[in-house]
Ligand binder design. Structure first.
Ligand code: UFG
Length: 323
């Protein structure tokens, strides 16, 4: 059985679904602080907190865990700047607790949610895995710290890991009726679609004077099902005795904020009110992945390569959201 921490969250619930669809048994460990009961894809659910090591030990007693996919973490870049303590405890200390219990139980496979935020300001684009890692906010630093911890634990204890550095997760599963639901929502695509639905008055465009073709920031939006598939392939390669490794997960294509809004207008058939605002602090102009390493070594291929297809699935969710 595979333990999925944060399996009631946005990416974690989609990943659980992917593993189950492919015949795996899963258990979810989540404290429901950001996750949603409605998003759970299995009845094997342990409502626990990674800050409580006895909770983790009990989950390992309850379920015959053979490997871990670790999503549970705080993920707001902005809050990590104003409240770094929460981020260092939740993302670093609590992950150390999880690793401790894994080692106590001789469970030595983990897939870790890392981030392109570990790279900091890009010095070239597209970003490959050899790009220097120099995070510019506590969120990115916590992810890099755990990558370093994993490297040391591999060397010392033989703990095998795959660190997956996501670019911008987006979209929703078109059949399962699960999707993105953060509180507060800060991510571009849900905010744009909620504006189309009339739930918000306008979308703020953070900066239109960047050195990009239309002046707005460019990001690499990757469908959450493609992310999930990559976790499964990474886990399977660990089971086939692959060495610990790290991979970028993105489509390799960038879209600007304006393109996201224009595409959303086409898909929704609504005109979306926009407001130009100052740049948001800490936003690099362009973040696009080179995904060749994941393609070549994990045999991973994203199914969603067009931004319109990704937004379409997000729109279906947004119109019918259950939570
Ligand atoms: N943006 C707007 N208006 C908004 C929200 C966002 O213009 O109301 C812009 C941002 O400035 C950025 C782009 O839309 O240029 C995407 O912003 P998101 O907030 O959706 O996502 P980020 O690019 O900030 O994502 C980052 C990192 C991820 C990290 C994630 C954590 O790229 O690695 O934050 O939430 F995981």
């Amino acid at each position: 059985m595979i333990l999925i921490t944060g399996g009631a969250g946005y990416i974690g619930s989609h990943c659980t679904l992917d593993f189950i669809r492919n015949g795996y048994e899963c258990a979810v460990f989540d404290n429901l602080s950001e996750g949603h009961k409605e998003a759970l894809q299995t009845e094997n659910f342990y409502n626990g907190d990674l800050s409580n090591i006895e909770n983790i030990r009990n989950a390992f007693k309850k379920y015959p865990i053979k490997g871990v996919i670790h999503f549970a973490a705080s993920c707001y870049v902005g809050v990590s700047v104003t409240d770094p303590q929460e981020y260092y405890y939740n993302n670093v200390v609590n992950t150390l607790n999880l690793l401790k219990v894994m080692l106590e139980n001789n469970v030595k496979n983990i897939v870790f949610s890392s981030s392109c935020a570990t790279y900091g300001n890009p010095v070239y684009t597209p970003i490959d895995e050899s790009h220097p890692q120099a995070p510019i906010n506590p969120y990115g630093k916590t992810k890099l710290m755990i990558e370093n911890v994993l490297q040391d634990y591999d060397r010392a204890y033989g703990l095998k890991y795959m660190a997956l550095r996501y670019f911008n997760a987006a979209g929703a599963d078109s059949k399962a009726n699960i999707g993105e639901s953060h509180s507060p929502e800060t991510h571009l695509i849900p905010l744009v679609l909620q504006t189309a639905l009339g739930k918000r008055k306008s979308i703020k465009i953070f900066g239109n004077d960047y050195e990009t073709p239309d002046g707005t920031c460019i990001r690499d939006y990757i469908h959450v099902n493609d992310l999930s598939k990559a976790h499964r392939l990474a886990f399977e390669s660990l089971q086939n005795n692959a060495k610990s490794n790290f991979y970028n997960l993105g489509t390799g294509k960038g879209n600007s904020v304006k393109e996201i809004i224009e595409t959303s207008e086409k898909i929704t058939g609504k005109s979306i009110n926009k407001k130009f605002e100052e740049r948001r602090e800490g936003d690099p102009p362009i973040l696009v992945a080179s995904n060749l390493k994941a393609k070549n070594e994990l045999n991973w291929e994203p199914d969603f390569t067009e931004i319109s297809d990704i937004i379409e699935t997000a729109w279906q969710w947004e119109k019918n959201r259950r939570y």
